[in-house]
Design a protein around this ligand. Structure first.
Ligand SMILES: Nc1c(NC[C@H](O)[C@H](O)[C@H](O)CO)[nH]c(=O)[nH]c1=O
Ligand SMILES: CC(=O)[C@@H](O)COP(=O)(O)O
Length: 179
């Protein structure tokens, strides 16, 4: 059950200022995407935060879409949702590795992202991981984004538009505990 999933053992952070996230979805498998969305939306609602939702064709487009939103809008964080199922060729490795690495590189540049892209061998594996009543990976990705936003607010003030600051230059926001 989702409650047993290690990604759900941290209590959701609480925020004293509004938080807005972007859920970016690659509905290559519509049924799986809908379950991931439901899990992520439930988690964000439980945390009392708002969100927008966009869709792109596939997982390979998720880093580009999130990068655009990070540069051109003012979301506090992002949830990337998708499902990659192995086919006959090596394209699976490309889609998995490049979508994941793209999100990681964006994270290192200051975009606060929870990665809910499933990389599985078959549809059955995807269903139990996407199901909010089972492993709830969509909810887990949303929770991860919220924890990163809480960290950013603890150490660096508002997250909107915050970029990656070299070590030693982070401004400690008034009233927060020093890191
Ligand atoms: N095979 C899967 C894909 N493939 C499509 C790529 O993500 C991309 O949209 C295309 O190469 C055009 O750039 N995408 C998934 O999300 N899941 C798959 O299983
Ligand atoms: C993960 C994929 O890109 C997959 O759908 C491609 O299938 P195939 O390797 O059979 O072309």
């Amino acid at each position: 059950m989702a409650d047993q999933d290690p990604h759900h053992i941290l209590a959701l952070p609480e925020f004293d200022k509004p938080v807005k996230l972007l859920i970016a979805v690659a509905p290559f498998y519509r049924d799986i995407a809908d379950m991931l969305i439901a899990g992520a939306q439930a988690k964000l609602e439980a945390a009392g935060v708002t969100h927008d939702l966009i869709e792109v064709p596939g997982a390979l487009e998720l880093p580009t879409a999130i990068g655009l939103a990070h540069r051109m809008s003012n979301y506090d964080g992002f949830v990337a949702l998708g499902c990659v199922i192995r086919g006959e060729t090596t394209h699976y490795e490309t889609v998995c590795n490049d979508s994941s690495r793209g999100l990681t590189l964006l994270g290192l540049q200051g975009a606060l992202i929870g990665n809910g892209i499933l990389t599985v061998e078959n549809h059955e594996q995807a269903v139990c991981r996407a199901d909010p009543a089972d492993m709830d990976k969509g909810g887990g990705a949303a929770a991860a984004a919220l924890h990163l936003i809480a960290l950013a607010r603890r150490w660096g003030g508002e997250t909107r538009g915050v970029g990656f600051r070299p070590a030693g230059t982070i401004q400690i926001a008034e009233g927060t505990d020093r890191a």
